[in-house]
Design a binder for this molecule. Sequence first.
Ligand SMILES: Cc1ncc(COP(=O)(O)O)c(C=O)c1O
Length: 362
Amino acid sequence: MKDLFRPTWAEIDLNSLAYNLKKLKEILGKSRLMFVVKANAYGHGIEEVSLFAQQNRLCDWLGVSSVEEGLLLRQKGIKLPVLVLGSVYPMKNFQAFAEHNLTPTISSLWGVKELDKTAMSLGKKINCHIKIETGMNRIGVSENAFKSIMSFLETSRNVCVQAAYSHFSSADCDRDYSLMQLNLFKKITAPYEKFIERHMANSAGALNFPRARFDMARCGWAAYGYVKGFKPAMSLKSRIVFIKNVKRGAFISYNKSYKAAKNMRVATIPAGYGDGYIRAFSNRGYVLIDGQKCPIVGNITMDMFMADISGLKKAQVGDEVVLMGKSGKEYIGPDFLASLADTIGYEITTLIMSRVPRIYKM
Ligand SMILES: Cc1ncc(COP(=O)(O)O)c(C=O)c1O
């Protein structure tokens, strides 16, 4: 591992990532796998994990949220097909799609007409995927608008619809609602199933609803390993940089939110909300040192926080601290951290800031 001036880093286990992507491919059978790498690959590093997936043929497509992310992938040598999952605006982006061979998501008749104009002016054929509204109410066209788009495109020589797709809102928690979405998507797309491909499932959709696998599934969370049966890819680690004895009755950190109930031994750890290790963990979370749980004491500050190491007589400056990940028999996962902060695990990994170096391990 390269020397760090500040010993706080995120470790990405590429073996686990490979295991997860292979397992998803196996589960999907004939359906293709889109590896969703938007938002810096949920914090795992878009460039590195995408290149790794491409080099090892671990997925068929990559999914990003914006032209900017797609462009970055092309600049780094990604040749795989890339779907931009976000909405397209302004429409002048279409030129960038054509120039860099990125596939846009279209979710309006206006959008498809503008795409047609751009393709015609560039003298290039552009592929697109049409997003259909089935219950997420984020982006997507209604059944009627989808029909209008499909009949408009019958006359277009410039735009080719490769696929229609939709998105589950609650595949991990609401079976009935998901089945309603799935059935609606099937009904809307049935007249066109011979001409275009279809995809609907995210990780939970692909795992919980085999009928939702269609021609492809778009997976992020399971690929990164935070679903039962998969291997977590990221750990967040640091080292003790300072140790002190704190007397009973003393306050620790900003705003006096923690008062020592006994004489204690306290470690300072150089990570904080400036790294994405959020303040909501203050006085609630714990870290792992040598397989032992050490409670966070006091408010987490921007760059440092404190943990009670009274139970660890041998702990010393330089010892490794696991903020997220495994140590001995203990494990702190993003979903556990999320439960402390009334959020979801996706937010916990995605928020790990760029100032935290990512170390890739095989
Ligand atoms: C349109 C779309 N498809 C697929 C995914 C992947 O979802 P997951 O990470 O739950 O597999 C996302 C993620 O938010 C998404 O927005």
